[in-house]
Design a protein. Structure first.
Length: 535
């Protein structure tokens, strides 16, 4: 959200401090003897309802905290739910199972199939593995995709494809078999790359994020005794944000709570709020598949305490016009808004920049023609401030309208602020490779992207921290040209001997100094992220 006007924090605090109780479910946990589904619209208090059920179960003796499993989509949602439950049950210190699907699977694997040598990759490491696989693949085998095999964007798209396959429990061998029966060469190429990527992970004892769910499913499927213990352990399972569940997670849930056993299982979600389809989530699992598989009752939460009735009706009209086959519903606003009947205007512009400047001009006109209206009374709501925010920020800045961006990472969106924060973060956590890489690529480090990419690849291949690689590279440069690359340390180090040893250990196909030795003595040039270029 972009809030126009500064400051706005103090005006928001009273509203944030006001607590609106969520709509109560017409359900007593003691009467729940099978699965049920809760469809909850925005602002209807679904988290409040889940916390109610959890508290009822503990205080009513249905289950203690160690016998209740709560699963949700995001770490933030899990933390919020855990915080609310802890506030209500201050006198109960039992072991709680409240986590995301992936955290639960990681805990399950750690407890029952520990492998201290297996490395769980982060996003950057996944990208490095895929780029290595592409680099070692004969371009001729890629067919029509051969021209993309060195593209970072292609590597990212391949990872997205692999993630989609894993989230749908499609094994590389099964995809290859299906691709052989397909006439399209691109599917065969993608299947071959998926298999090569997975073989690399398994040969190096590595796993990516999606492998956690797959591993947990494999563990429970192969160990009937463990599966029976897990099923008997959890007497109640609550799942939040069910509209964001993917097929692999749904399969895991069916293992934990088989439909034929009529488990105490409550899933909560809103099909209209599913925004992660590009990540493989399937809102149909909530809207239809859950009822088809589990049956049970369906409860509706339709009293909204977040929006005006006009906003709810406008959203319903938009969904009805754009979502074919959707079951209509009407949410009821429970708060009174004094703004009167709002004027709804639909404007279509040619591109994002024109749209942003239209909004900025309209805001400036409203401020000029409405004496009582202040900049802080206006807000711009965007689907994503990260991807859609910059044009609006530039437009508001160009017309002199003060604003502040709310949302994850919004403070650091300004290039100068982002540069300074990244540099300070690398100083605070020198062992963090992501922060250190950002500082190297910044206006202060001025390391070219190709050089940084090679340094990262070298560090990964040799299993060394990037900070250590850079430190040794400094010694190499100082040994070759002390006047140009002086060491800033007072410690006495046998520089030439150390540099020789390091160069001998480097890959014969690349000399890390080759990209730097042609750099000329020059005044540091202006950089987009540097303070010199700030406005």
């Amino acid at each position: 959200m972009i809030s126009v006007g500064l400051p706005w924090h103090n005006r928001l605090r009273p509203a944030q401090a006001t607590r609106f109780p969520g709509e109560s479910l017409p359900l007593d946990i003691r009467d729940l003897h099978g699965p049920c589904r809760v469809l909850a619209g925005p602002g209807t208090g679904k988290t409040h309802a889940l916390a109610d059920l959890y508290e009822q179960a503990v205080r009513g003796g249905v289950a203690d905290r160690s016998q209740i499993l709560v699963l949700t989509f995001s770490t933030g949602a899990a933390g919020e739910l855990a915080s609310r439950i802890d506030t209500r049950l201050r006198d109960d210190y039992g072991e709680a199972w409240i986590s995301t699907f992936h955290s639960f699977c990681a805990r399950l694997l750690r407890d029952h199939r520990p492998d201290p040598h297996r490395l769980l990759l982060n996003g950057f490491q996944e990208s490095m593995v895929m780029r290595q696989v592409l680099a070692e693949t004969d371009p001729a085998l890629l067919g029509p995709l051969a021209g993309l095999h060195r593209s970072e964007a292609f590597a990212r798209d391949l990872l997205t494809f692999v993630a989609l396959m894993k989230q749908n429990l499609v094994h590389p061998a099964a995809l290859l078999l299906a691709a052989e029966a397909d006439a399209g060469s691109r599917l065969r190429t993608l299947a071959a790359m998926y298999q090569a990527y997975q073989q690399r992970l398994e040969s190096r004892k590595m796993a990516d994020f999606r492998d956690l769910v797959i591993g947990a499913i494999g563990l429970l499927s192969a160990d009937a005794e463990l599966l029976a213990r897990i099923r008997s352990k959890f007497r109640l399972i609550l799942v939040d944000e069910f509209q964001d569940v993917d097929p692999a997670q749904f399969s895991l849930l069916r293992l934990l709570a088989p439909p034929e056993s009529r488990p105490r299982l409550v899933v909560v979600g809103d099909p209209d709020q599913s925004i992660y389809g590009f990540r493989g989530t399937v809102p149909r699992l909530l809207s239809s598949d859950f009822a088809a598989v589990y049956g049970g009752e369906t409860f509706l939460l339709g009293e909204c305490r977040r929006c005006s009735q006009q906003a709810l009706d406008a959203g319903e009209r938009l969904l009805a016009a754009t979502q074919g086959g959707r079951i209509p519903r009407r949410l009821k606003a429970m708060r009174d808004f004094d703004s009167g009947e709002p004027e709804l205007v639909v404007v279509r512009e040619s591109d994002a920049v024109d749209e942003a400047f239209f909004c900025a001009r309209e805001i400036k006109r409203l401020l000029a023609t409405t004496p009582d209206l202040k900049p802080g009374d206006i807000a711009l709501l965007l689907r994503s401030t990260t991807t859609m925010g910059p044009p609006f920020e530039e437009a508001l800045r160009a017309l002199g309208v003060p604003f502040e961006v709310r949302g994850a990472g919004a403070t650091a969106r300004n290039e100068v602020v982002r540069f300074l924060l990244g540099y300070l973060e690398s100083l605070r956590r020198p062992e963090d490779p992501e922060a250190f890489q950002a500082s190297l690529a910044s206006g202060l480090g001025r390391v070219e992207p190709m050089t940084l990419s090679r340094l990262r690849a070298h560090a990964y291949e040799h299993g060394r921290p990037l900070t250590r690689v850079m430190r040794r590279l400094m010694y190499v440069l100082a040994a070759r040209d002390p006047a140009r690359w002086p060491l800033r340390s007072r410690c006495v180090v046998p520089v030439r001997r150390l540099a020789t040893r390091w160069c001998d250990s480097c890959s014969a196909t690349w000399n890390p100094c080759a990209d730097l030795k042609t750099r000329k003595h020059s005044r540091p040039r202006s950089h987009r992220g540097s303070v010199a270029s700030s406005r």
